[in-house]
Design a protein around this ligand. Structure first.
Ligand SMILES: Cc1cc2nc3c(=O)[nH]c(=O)nc-3n(C[C@H](O)[C@H](O)[C@H](O)COP(=O)(O)OP(=O)(O)OC[C@H]3O[C@@H](n4cnc5c(N)ncnc54)[C@H](O)[C@@H]3O)c2cc1C
Length: 199
C-alpha cells in the first residue's frame, strides 16, 4: 500500500501526537488526531527546545509561527540544592550543532504545533477521549467515550503516561522515570532545579 492511501489515527494531542501528525502528513499519509481535552494548551512552565528539536521546528515552519515567543538565553545552570551540577552555554551548543537552543512556553508550543499540523493537512478533533480499541481486523477501530467510532489503517498511541493504547498492547506495563534530575518536585520538596539566565 502506498503511504498516499494510508489514513493514520493519532490518539493524543500533546507534543508527541502533534509532532507525529506533522511528520506523518509530510510523508504523504492522511492524519486524523483525536484529543481527549476540550482544548489544546497544556498549562505549565517553559520547555527547552534543544538543537535536535529546533531543527524540526525550523523545517516544519513551527519556528516561524512562534516568532518572538521563542526565547534564547545566556546560560543554563542546574542546581542540586546549593550545588551547581551542570552549566550549559547555548551559544556553544548552537555553534557545535548548527541549530539553536530555545526556551518556549508549553501553551505557545502546543498552539504552534497544532497550527502547523493543520497547515500540513492534519485533522485535529478535540473533546474525543478514546476508550476502546479493536485491532483484530484489517483496520484499527477506536471508539470515543461518547460513542463515536473511527477507523484507521494505522494508529499511533501518543496518549501520555497513562496511555490506553499502551495498556491495550502491553496490559499493566508502566514507564519508569530514568532520572529525577529536572525541575522536579517530589513529596513537596525540590529535588533539583534548572535556572536560566536570559539576555
Ligand atoms: C517538569 C518537566 C519539565 C520538562 N521539560 C522538558 C524540556 O525542557 N524539554 C523537553 O523536550 N521535554 C521536557 N519534559 C518532557 C515533556 O514535557 C514530555 O516528554 C512531553 O510533554 C510528553 O508529551 P506527550 O505528547 O508524549 O504526552 P502528553 O503531553 O501527556 O500528551 C498526551 C495527550 O494525550 C491525551 N490523551 C490521554 N488519554 C487520551 C485518550 N484516551 N484519548 C484521547 N486523548 C488522550 C491527553 O489529554 C494529552 O493531551 C518535561 C517534563 C516535565 C514533567
Amino acid at each position: 500500500m502506498s503511504t498516499a492511501t494510508l489514513h493514520v489515527g493519532i490518539i493524543g494531542g500533546g507534543i508527541g501526537g502533534l509532532a507525529a501528525a506533522i511528520a506523518i502528513e509530510r510523508s504523504g499519509a492522511k492524519v486524523t488526531l483525536l484529543e481527549a481535552a476540550k482544548e489544546l494548551g497544556e498549562i505549565g512552565a517553559g520547555i527547552q527546545m534543544y538543537p535536535n528539536i529546533s531543527r524540526f521546528l525550523i523545517r516544519w515552519g513551527v519556528s516561524d509561527i512562534l516568532g518572538s515567543q521563542l526565547v534564547t538565553h545566556k546560560y543554563c545552570n542546574t542546581w542540586f540544592g546549593s550545588e551547581l551540577v551542570a552549566h550549559s552555554d547555548p551559544q556553544w551548543m548552537a555553534k557545535a550543532t548548527g541549530f539553536p537552543w530555545w526556551v518556549v512556553r508549553r501553551d505557545h508550543l502546543l498552539s504552534a504545533l497544532k497550527e502547523s499540523a493543520e497547515k500540513h493537512g492534519a485533522e485535529v478533533i478535540i473533546a474525543t477521549r478514546i476508550v476502546e480499541i479493536d485491532d483484530s481486523g484489517k483496520r484499527v477501530a477506536v471508539t470515543s467515550e461518547d460513542g463515536r467510532k473511527f477507523s484507521f489503517d494505522f494508529v499511533v498511541g501518543a496518549d501520555g503516561l497513562k496511555s490506553i493504547i499502551r495498556n491495550h498492547i502491553h496490559p499493566g506495563v508502566m514507564p519508569v522515570a530514568p532520572s529525577k534530575s529536572a525541575a522536579y518536585i517530589e513529596n513537596g520538596f525540590f529535588i533539583s532545579i534548572i535556572r536560566f539566565r536570559f539576555t
